[in-house]
Ligand binder design. Structure first.
Ligand code: COD
Ligand code: ATP
Length: 391
């Protein structure tokens, strides 16, 4: 099951976009709907809300007076925290029941207004943001929902700001234009990314490799993408293992192939083998392989690559004290600190890439030629950065 987290500020169009995703075959778990279920007449939560906010939040028949609760709860951050403290555990339990019901679904979209505020993004394979600037949302809420300006503004101030949401999500769906444009963007996202991601996840197939070309870092957000991938992997593996961003995309300012390299540190290769099925569920199928250390020398590792066609990631699962781990770290730190070495390495990459392309062959052959042609440089660097690995 591909788990998608969908969020956006109040009035951004989450319901509008989630309905579009449902039309494309996704199953929806709606947090606002669940929030209503847990306060239906007879639920124990109603009494607790009345205790916390006063009897005026209940109608005379005992049901919830929603505008009265909104007025009491969004008045300041302390009251909102009290509301959340009461509501969120009940919402969480009911949500788990909904997900269990849809265990066989291929794509489940979880629409959660407070996905970023509650730090829930790492629990999903992909996080979508329905993005509309706060002032446009405020206007829409007043125009089309007849919402009071002060109520809308109070809720906006209780939520994350637009930039914080953008930094936490993987995909931004701009809904500031006409709905038809959003609909077309959602259809493209489904075809180019969500459907193939779901199919790859189900079959344990990695997404196509990144193109053999160097991308300008100004056109990418590699540090942000790596941090989001690391948080998902850490969360999905019980926060047990250290995971580091390595390789060219971890060096600010260095053009690179558009693939993020991460290394996950395990105590030994048995742990790597045991971890492999879990990583596959998280969207990173893999196999046992080895790092080439030069001459005849190799070192065992597991190599995983991700299933999301929208973001290539290679995940090297290495033992914590391995030469591979130490070299990747030291080489990254050298390139960050030493601009001269960074320029030399970039020149080498450009030359070898041009040579590999000139030699021709399939894409796979050219990739191998390129990788092998950099080996002597890496060997020389390893002598310098991890000298004890030659003992
Ligand atoms: C206070 C309540 C009764 C007001 O009901 P009302 O019908 O006016 O609003 P509704 O539930 O339709 O929510 C509309 C929007 O308000 C915003 N909102 C709701 N709760 C919160 C909150 N705790 N913090 C910030 N924004 C919120 C969201 O953007 C949501 O989509 C209701 O919002 C509620 O029960 N909130 C607590 C549950 C919750 O946190 N829901 C958010 C999803 S986890
Ligand atoms: N692209 C758009 N242009 C104009 N109005 C829109 C657009 N998308 C949605 N709307 C309108 O804006 C309002 C908010 O949309 P919607 O209910 O989908 O948002 P939401 O994020 O689910 O809101 P909430 O946070 O309250 O749950 C609705 O009245 C909707 O019809």
């Amino acid at each position: 099951m591909l788990r998608i987290g969908l969020t956006g500020g109040i009035g951004a169009g989450k319901s509008t976009v989630s309905a579009m995703l449902v039309e494309h075959g996704a199953v929806l778990v709606d947090a606002d709907r669940i929030a209503r279920e847990v306060v239906e007449p007879g639920q124990p939560l109603l009494e607790k809300l009345a205790e916390a906010f006063g009897p005026q939040v209940l109608h005379s028949d005992g049901s919830l007076d929603r505008p009265a609760l909104a007025a009491a709860a969004f008045v300041d951050s302390e009251h909102t925290a009290r509301l959340n403290g009461l509501m969120h555990p009940a919402i969480r339990d009911r949500t788990a029941e909904h997900f269990a019901m849809y265990a066989d679904a291929e794509i489940v979209v979880h629409d959660v207004p407070l996905l970023v505020e509650n730090d829930m993004t790492p629990a999903y394979h992909l996080n979508l943001l329905v993005d509309v600037p706060a002032e446009v949302r405020l206007q829409r809420l007043m125009d089309s929902r007849g919402m009071d300006r002060d109520d809308a503004a109070a809720r906006i101030s209780r939520q994350a700001d637009d930039d914080t949401r953008r930094a936490a999500c993987d995909v931004i769906i701009d809904n500031s234009g006409p709905v038809e444009e959003t609909k077309a963007a959602v259809a493209r996202l489904i075809e180019s990314r969500i459907r193939p991601f779901s199919a790859n996840l189900a079959s344990g197939q990695r997404a196509p490799k990144a193109a053999l070309e160097l991308v300008d870092p100004a056109h990418a957000d590699w540090i942000g993408d790596a941090q989001r991938a690391i948080r998902k992997l850490r969360h999905g593996t019980g926060e047990e293992f250290a995971i580091e961003h390595i390789g060219s995309t971890s060096v600010p300012g260095l053009p690179a192939k558009d693939v993020i390299d991460l290394q996950l540190l395990v105590p030994d290769l048995t742990a790597a083998r045991e971890l492999a099925p879990r990583l596959a569920e998280l969207g990173y199928p893999g196999a046992e392989m080895s790092d080439h250390l030069g001459e005849e020398s190799t070192e065992g590792k597991w190599f995983h690559a991700n299933t999301d066609p929208g973001r290539a990631v290679n995940l090297h699962v290495r033992t914590a004290d391995s030469v591979g781990v130490r070299f990747a770290r030291a080489f990254r730190d050298l390139l960050i600190a030493d601009t001269g070495e960074r320029d030399r390495y970039l020149e080498l990459k450009r030359d070898r890439l041009a040579e590999a392309k000139a030699a021709g062959g399939t894409n796979g052959q050219m990739m191998r030629t390129y990788a092998e042609s950099k080996e002597p440089y890496f060997l020389q660097m390893r002598r310098r950065l991890v000298p004890d690995s030659f003992d």
